[in-house]
Design a protein around this ligand. Structure first.
Ligand code: PLP
Length: 448
């Protein structure tokens, strides 16, 4: 039968789930009772049985234009037929340059140069390496320390987990990078619970950077990296004034500031980048996910002119930065990116997210008072609900909510610890926001 490969003797039946070691997944629970997706269109996923699931999370915070959008699909198809791959080193293809120009034009101020990678993790490691190399070419190679933040998520590369602040991502991996320190996270439930958008309380926590810099001396510190809005550890919007304060302290001490905008980039907070929303210009921005609406793996770093220029000395034919990936600026990803940015502009999706934000926040906050709801945070088109844990089973209630949401309520949500996160595609209608929140309410009651 088709399900049996006679050469290898392997059973290829689609219900054999054994070989795939799934990422960030409870493998045994999944394989016992899979949540399988077979198709997607606009705001919905489709299961193999044909059940439509409302996508409450834009896949994994990435499909901001929704699913199966014709112009993006056709751009990828056309590109595959025209130029499938060309070498990323010492050769170029037009679309990578076009996309870099378009991204640079979207980024604020003199964030003018784009280095392509293939994921958020690679984007982060690239930004950290550029920071270290930058100080070297400036003749200040002793500036090697990197400062991240507790509850930060910067992907899973060794650089990213070193500056990241998630214990489970760090504890098995030895001493990681030397010379890394962490700012405190900015969440305090007693002070901030049920804040709409940016909390009033917490800007003073940026001053901890001053303390850390004093401890290590500014002459040893290369860069600070933060997510403008911490996404993966439960949606923590920055306290009002916090990011500006970080910028001031970095300026005062000659430290590079990196915004990890892998989630917040491309409209999630109603602007092309969070840097624009907050009126703060970082020295580098990392991006991925929604750059091409999650269709083809792509990430990258946008660097300020001064950083790029610092490398452009020495003989013309010598490679300036010894870094890059086989698939940097891959033709399919670049073509998808150009079509996606066109779609964002034509459908004004960033503006749409901005306009929907007050209604979205109202809708999320309407869940206040349901059983076990300890806090709700909402900003841009992002929302999070903290649930009280079941006795001795941290994370179980949220896990059940995710599982039950998929099976019984046709809704996809994302969970982290005991927090539910929702981040729908930016094409969501007001009616669908109502539907999403209605489903969430039912799910929360069902796991009470
Ligand atoms: N940085 C941030 C802020 C993220 O949210 C993520 C993923 O969610 C990453 C980096 C890692 O991206 P990737 O999974 O594409 O490596």
């Amino acid at each position: 039968s088709l399900a049996h490969d006679h050469l290898s003797g392997r059973d290829l039946a689609p219900n054999d789930l054994d070989a795939f070691w799934m990422p960030f997944t409870a493998n045994r629970a999944f394989k016992k009772n899979p949540r399988m997706i077979a198709g997607a269109k606009d705001m919905h996923y489709v299961t193999p049985e044909g059940r439509k699931i409302l996508d409450g999370v834009a896949g994994l915070w990435c499909c901001n234009a929704g699913h199966g959008r014709k112009p993006i699909v056709e751009a990828i198809q056309k590109q595959a037929a025209e130029l499938d791959y060309s070498p990323a080193f010492q050769f170029g293809h037009p679309k990578a340059f076009q996309l870099a120009s378009r991204i640079a034009a979207l980024a604020p101020a003199d964030l003018d140069h784009v280095f392509f990678a293939n994921s958020g993790s690679e984007a982060v490691d690239t930004a950290l390496k550029i920071a270290l190399a930058y100080w070297n070419v400036k003749g200040q190679g002793q500036k090697t320390r990197l400062i991240g933040r507790e509850r930060g998520y910067h992907g899973v590369g060794f650089g990213g987990i070193s500056v990241g602040g998630i214990v489970s991502n760090r504890k098995f991996f030895g001493s990681l990078l030397a010379g890394v320190d962490h700012l405190p996270h900015t969440y305090n439930r007693a002070e901030q619970a049920f804040s709409r958008g940016e909390p009033e309380w917490g800007a003073h926590l940026a001053d901890e950077l001053e303390r850390i810099v004093t401890l290590h001396d500014a002459s040893t510190v290369a860069a600070v990296i933060v997510e403008p809005m911490a996404g993966s550890t439960g949606v923590l919007p920055p306290p009002k004034g916090y990011l500006k304060r970080l910028r001031e302290i970095c300026d005062k001490h000659g430290i590079l500031l990196i915004f990890d905008e892998v989630i917040s980039g491309f409209g999630r907070l109603g602007y092309a980048f969070a840097a624009e929303r907050y009126g703060v210009v970082p020295d580098m921005i990392t991006f991925a996910k929604a750059v091409n609406s999650g269709t083809v793996p792509m990430g990258g770093v946008i660097a300020r002119k001064g950083i790029y220029d610092a490398f452009m000395n020495g003989p013309d034919s010598v490679i300036e930065l010894f870094h890059g990936y086989t698939y940097s600026g891959h033709p399919l990803a670049a073509a998808a990116g150009l079509a996606t940015l066109d779609l964002y502009r034509e459908e004004q999706l960033f503006e749409r997210a901005r306009a929907l934000e007050p209604k979205w926040i109202d809708a999320m906050m309407s869940l206040k008072g349901l059983p076990n709801v300890l806090d709700i945070r909402a900003i841009g088109l992002v929302g999070a609900i903290d649930l009280a844990s079941k006795p001795d089973a941290v994370g179980k209630r949220a896990f059940e909510a995710m599982d039950l949401g998929f099976r019984d309520h046709d809704l996809m949500i994302r969970i982290t610890g005991e927090t539910i996160a929702v981040t729908p595609p930016l094409i969501i209608s007001e009616e669908q926001i109502g539907e999403l929140v209605d489903k969430l309410g039912k799910i929360i009651k069902a796991v009470a």
